[in-house]
Design a protein around this ligand. Structure first.
Ligand SMILES: [Ca+2]
Ligand SMILES: [Ca+2]
Length: 234
């Protein structure tokens, strides 16, 4: 009996996990739809594109198409709500530059609040370097420079891919706000959301196979239990 219920329990749990669809957002596909994600914001959402990248931000304020510090740290924001708690395998933030680029007077920083409580920070520190105080690792995917002077290298989108940003934490919401580090103008922090993915998207076949195997074990347990019961009655 115990084995039967254990097998059945595991089978059902794995099947349920497989039916939770993967979430995927990419600003280049704006306005979606993006299955399983509800996006809300402080104002009209707007994308900006250059250097081969697209990011999502908020219209107006200090910087159009970016989440900026107009009227402080919480006046412009974007919120991602997930219909099912999900792992986040990667998150890419754009137009986040160090001091001196695009007239910025600070090393721009983005704050990400997870599930309404835990806060994390991504901060650009150079053309290709940034700090992230969460799990995983951050890598530059488009240089954080404005292309002036010419010798410094081509203009880039200032894009940073954070892999496994929240570890094994199941995420229901992400809130994106800028850090006010300077004079609260367009020279202060502002940024965009480029893309976001959950890990399940690449695993459906293997998971489906293991689910069927476990379900099969559960069914075999039922057969065994029936035979055992029949023998007891005989
Ligand atoms: Ca803005
Ligand atoms: Ca910026």
């Amino acid at each position: 009996m115990k084995n039967f219920y254990q097998c059945l329990g595991v089978s059902v749990a794995v099947l349920l996990a497989n039916t939770a669809s993967a979430v995927s957002f990419n600003a280049s596909s704006w306005p979606g739809p993006f299955s399983g994600i509800t996006i809300t914001s402080s104002g009209t959402l707007e994308t900006k594109s250059f250097a081969g990248f697209t990011g999502l931000g908020v219209q107006g304020g200090n910087v159009g198409g970016e989440i900026d510090t107009r009227d402080g740290e919480s006046s412009e924001w974007i919120n991602f709500q997930f219909s099912t708690p999900t792992l986040i395998s990667d998150l890419t933030i754009g137009t986040l530059y160090p001091n001196g680029e695009f007239n910025d007077s600070v090393n721009e920083a983005a704050r990400i609040t997870v599930n309404g409580s835990s806060t994390y920070q991504l901060q650009a520190t150079g053309f290709t370097t940034a700090t992230w105080n969460g799990s995983g690792s951050v890598a530059n995917v488009s240089p954080a420079r404005d292309g002036n002077p010419v010798g410094e290298g081509a203009e880039g989108f200032g894009a940073w891919k954070i892999t496994n940003p929240f570890g094994n934490l199941l995420v229901t919401s992400l809130r994106f706000t800028p850090r006010k580090l300077g004079d609260d103008t367009g020279r202060d922090s502002d940024f965009t959301i480029v893309s976001l993915n959950s890990p399940a998207a690449s695993l459906p076949v293997a998971d489906a196979g293991s689910s069927m195997a476990l379900l099969g074990m559960g069914l075999l347990s039922i057969v065994g239990l029936s035979r055992w019961t029949a023998r007891q009655r005989a």
